[in-house]
Every structure is written in structure tokens, then in C-alpha cells.
Design a protein around this ligand. Structure first.
Ligand SMILES: [Zn+2]
Length: 88
């Protein structure tokens, strides 16, 4: 019996069934969900959190800078530079 990626063995009747079958076609029993072979890489999560933190930090920095610039725009009087020092 050749076991490919698309087939697996029923844990109850030991018959070869479809790899993603939810019910065994031989014994009609509910099958446990397919365990995907994923590596538990906590470093991936750590990297994702780190990247998210960097992005959030960058966004916050940009937001602060933007608000600061915007505050300068609002506080600066809309007058022309040559009128600041009137020649007299
Ligand atoms: Zn079965």
C-alpha cells in the first residue's frame, strides 16, 4: 500500500482513505482533522511582532511629526516674509 500525500490510513479500521476525508468511507467513523505539518516556529511570531512593532512605531513617529508640522502651519501667521521687518 503506497501512502501518498493525498491518502492516509484510517486510525480505526486501518484502511487507506482520502487524506482530507472527514469520515472514513470504510467504517463511517468521524476522523480527526488533518494535522498540517507546520513547524512550530515561535521565531516567526516574534519576527512578525517585531515587524509590526517597527511599523507601528514608524507610523506613530510619522504621525507625531505630521502633527508637529501641522501645528507649525496653524501657529504660523499667514503673513508674508517681507512684512515681518518693515523698513522704517
Ligand atoms: Zn475507517
Amino acid at each position: 500500500m503506497v501512502i501518498t500525500m493525498h491518502t492516509r490510513i484510517c486510525p480505526f479500521c486501518k484502511e487507506e482513505i482520502h487524506g482530507q476525508a472527514l469520515v472514513c468511507r470504510y467504517c463511517s467513523r468521524d476522523l480527526p482533522p488533518v494535522k498540517l505539518r507546520r513547524r512550530k516556529n515561535s521565531s516567526g511570531w516574534l519576527a512578525a511582532i517585531t515587524v509590526a512593532g517597527i511599523i507601528a512605531g514608524g507610523a506613530a513617529f510619522l504621525a507625531v511629526e505630521f502633527l508637529r508640522e501641522r501645528k507649525n502651519w496653524l501657529t504660523e501667521p499667514p503673513r508674508r516674509p517681507e512684512s515681518q521687518n518693515p523698513p522704517d
